[in-house]
Design a protein. Structure first.
Length: 217
């Protein structure tokens, strides 16, 4: 831009000195901003309803997924009915099993939480001398009975903590101690039998054979 034009812009700004004016390469934008002021525009449609006609010129106005308002004109798929969602239903068992194996994790009354009276009603632990007279099958069955009882106690303890019941912890722990004492006795008896079997096997490998009188005794 020529210097005369810059001077003319300076006069339009009220006689500002040349030092306070913008650089010459910005003078054209300054010139157009003086001639035509900026107009505010919006990014969305602001079309108003035609005055006096009572008809909306925007075809998309009023279409909202939140308020469930559809288009104002039929579409190509409007003649087909919309599918309806299926109602979820839980499958029901025709013949429920009253004596299912999972009931072993709960008390006999099939409640989720055992009472202190139920946990405190138990006997003593099996002694080692009593277990020495039992066979391998009896010890095997007794071990798994104790394992199921400990699982039942653990299930009640977990439910008691979830509900924050505040009672029954002492009775359940005492019952669990008795069951664990029986399991420890079973392991001790089985360990004794294993050592006796190992000693007999070593004697047999060394050539020892019991006599007939010893067999009868």
């Amino acid at each position: 831009m020529h210097r005369q034009s810059v001077v003319r812009l300076a006069c339009q700004y009220g006689g500002l000195p040349l030092v306070e004016l913008p650089p010459p390469y910005l003078a054209p934008s300054l010139h157009f901003s003086l001639i035509r002021p900026p107009v505010q525009c919006s990014n969305f449609s602001s079309t108003a309803v035609a005055a006096g006609s009572g008809r909306d010129l925007s075809k998309s106005r009023g279409v909202s997924a939140i308020h469930r308002t559809g288009p104002k004109f039929p579409l190509g798929v409007s003649k087909y009915p919309l599918p309806k969602p299926a109602t979820p239903s839980k499958p029901t068992r025709a013949n429920p099993t009253p004596n299912h194996g999972l009931w072993d994790f709960f008390p006999r009354n099939k409640e989720s939480l055992s009472t202190p009276e139920y946990d405190s009603a138990h006997g003593r632990a099996w002694s080692i001398q009593e277990l020495r007279e039992k066979s391998w099958e009896d010890l095997h069955c007794l071990w798994w009975v104790c394992a199921k009882e400990r699982n039942r106690i653990a299930t009640s303890d977990l439910e008691r903590k979830r509900l924050k019941a505040g009672y029954g912890e002492f009775e359940a722990s005492e019952r669990d101690k008795v069951v664990r004492k029986t399991q420890m006795a079973i392991k001790l008896v089985l360990r004794e039998r294993w050592y006796a079997w190992e000693d007999a096997r070593r004697l047999y490998q060394r050539g020892y054979r019991p006599k007939v009188e010893e067999d009868l005794e």
